[in-house]
Design a protein around this ligand. Sequence first.
Ligand SMILES: C[S@@+](CC[C@H](N)C(=O)[O-])C[C@H]1O[C@@H](n2cnc3c(N)ncnc32)[C@H](O)[C@@H]1O
Length: 205
Amino acid sequence: MFNQYDEKYATKEFYWGKKPSPICYKVLDLLPPDKPLKLLDIGCGEGRNSIFFARNGYHVTAFDLSSAGVDKTNLLAEEAGVKINTFVANLNEFRLEENFDILFSTGTLHYIPENIRKELFQNYKEHTNENGLHVFSVFVKKPFIKPAPDGESTAQKWISGELMNFYHDWKIEHSIEEIFDCMSSGIPHKHVSNRIIARKFRGEL
Ligand SMILES: C[S@@+](CC[C@H](N)C(=O)[O-])C[C@H]1O[C@@H](n2cnc3c(N)ncnc32)[C@H](O)[C@@H]1O
């Protein structure tokens, strides 16, 4: 399957850098690894977030559609002296058969076609341990934001609020909509994202 990122990841440089996304620090706070915790990074890219979590003591599994991205993730893990479990997979076909404590994804879930989102999120929710977290961000459409100049045909933006809806029965620990500037393709433009951290919480408060 064609993936524009294969080319971006084929160089020595790290396209997304090596620093973790700021939301990773919130995970440390909300579910610290004071016991063994399994984390899955969906669409890990070159591994900047996976490696951060592994360095901080989580048991990390990571996958991406791009084998070049997975290679870079392995390289970064080696550099950092941590072990992570990696594989190449298409998130639209791959389904969980084991449980995790944390499912994490940044900048990737807009590759899920609308018609399979419900079934896929059901699978993710079922395979999450009690008290576990989903830490997700999605690009959303807004009438006042122009489509990005490098918009890809495989990218399918979400409706603002759609992600939150999947978690009506979980505890929402964090939810925000953000507008931010982007320079990818060299032309300045804006994106809007919805970020959520939801906890599988079955007790009573
Ligand atoms: C914007 S990058 C984000 C990478 C990483 N999460 C990060 O924050 O550094 C999007 C990633 O999604 C991956 N991707 C695109 N389609 C995918 C699919 N169908 N299944 C799995 N990964 C996919 C791309 O290869 C790319 O690495």
